[in-house]
Design a protein around this ligand. Sequence first.
Ligand code: MG
Length: 342
Amino acid sequence: MAKQGLKLRFKSYELQLKHRFTLAGSSRTTTPGVLVEVEYDGVVGYGEASMPPYLGENHESVEKFLSLLNMEQFNDPFQTEAILAYVDFVALGNCAAKASVDIALYDLVGKLKGLPCHQIWELDPSKTPDTSFTIGIDDEKTVRQKVKEAAQFKMLKVKLGRSNDLEMIKTIRSETNVPLSVDVNQGWTDKQLALDKIYWLQEQGVVFVEQPMPKKVMDDMAWLTENSPLPTFADEAVQRLTDVPRLKGVYSGINIKLMKCTGLAEARQMIELARLLDMKVLLGCTTETSCAVSAAAQLSPLADFADLDGNLLITNDPFEGMQVTDGKIVLNDWPGIGVKLI
Ligand code: MG
């Protein structure tokens, strides 16, 4: 009897954040998500869409997009390229929704082969980087508390871009000497002031600066990168593969996130292209469960830096997967993206 096609199931989910999360432009305590399953021949692959407000997707848009998909037409889950090309062409945008299918499909393929994705891609699991842990903008007492909770991490990512940049760094430096990265979330508008701050940050042990200026600013940003003593990374300014070439010379590197770029397949292409262009790679995430974080971690041996802490920021993670030991990403040898439902 011929095997049936792929089955797709999904349900909306609300990620509960441990701490109110404050960035240069927003503040929240929950993040909407959608949990996805792709099943073939009794084997289930898990995926997830996570939708922080700045990406413009929500429960309704993701459910609507997933409802449009006819996955039953595919009888061979190993045709990942054809399946994901179909998913991408069903509608524009919807990047997190597309990522949820991509992640579930790679999880399924790995399980059918009995191999972890990093092994299928011939990546060395010992080459995983440390991951940073994110400290959001907050009052001094809360920042101190968060830094204490993050004692096992070898790098902290500090959110800047409001009016208390210096206080944030000074507070953190009074608690720890680990290297820092900073994420300004487009919060600085004057290039000379930005450069002055970067020189000061370098003295404070900061190793790179993420999205210092608004994403549409190109000339001033190129000037800043050229003069900056620290590498600069695009985050809001980069979404998909086609964005990468025009950022050469404007930023030193790119922050790749599965929810922005439609998933693992395109993330791998972006890493390859960044290398060709001699740009650095930061592998990031949004607030998400261990599902999407573990999927991204499969690619982490290819990254210069990783910021895969999204699962650690929530209290209702339905999965176990990638672990962080002594600050370093540790991949397990479970097949697929390396997750189990708790
Ligand atoms: Mg960022």
